[in-house]
Design a protein. Structure first.
Length: 131
């Protein structure tokens, strides 16, 4: 059995540059699509595993008040479990690893920007409503 999980996320936080210890405020809108192959299912739980593809939109303001905007792609794998509370409501837990690639640039200051890439691990909790 197979399930498709579409997740829209809004994130914000502080990004730290290890080279000069500078900090930047960051907000991020992400859309992830996970194709979950069911490994085990019962009346109350479903355990699944599958690939995940994502797109991201970045908005960053650094210490010099320079605004940067960008785009990124992710590719990874996730494993998770859904806990069935009722016919129309589930709780979910998932974890995995994904590889990120992207670019942020400033339209205010000409060609200022940077490419970035690398792995990231994640853990997520979800509440799912079925219609």
């Amino acid at each position: 059995i197979l399930n498709n999980r579409l997740m829209l996320m809004f994130e914000w936080g502080t990004m730290v540059d290890d080279e000069d210890d500078s900090e930047s405020d960051m907000s991020l809108v992400s859309l992830y699509d996970t194709l979950g192959f069911v490994l085990s299912a019962s009346d109350r739980t479903v355990i699944w595993f599958g690939p995940q593809l994502g797109i991201r939109s970045y908005s960053v303001t650094n210490e010099a008040d320079m605004d940067l905007n960008g785009f990124g792609l992710t590719l990874g794998a996730a494993i998770g479990s859904d806990f069935i509370v009722s016919e129309s409501f589930n709780f979910g837990l998932e974890a995995g690893i994904r590889y990120i690639g992207g670019n942020i640039e400033s339209s205010e200051y000409g060609n200022y920007g940077m490419d970035f890439y690398g792995p990231e691990g994640f853990i997520g909790l979800s509440a799912m409503f079925r219609i």
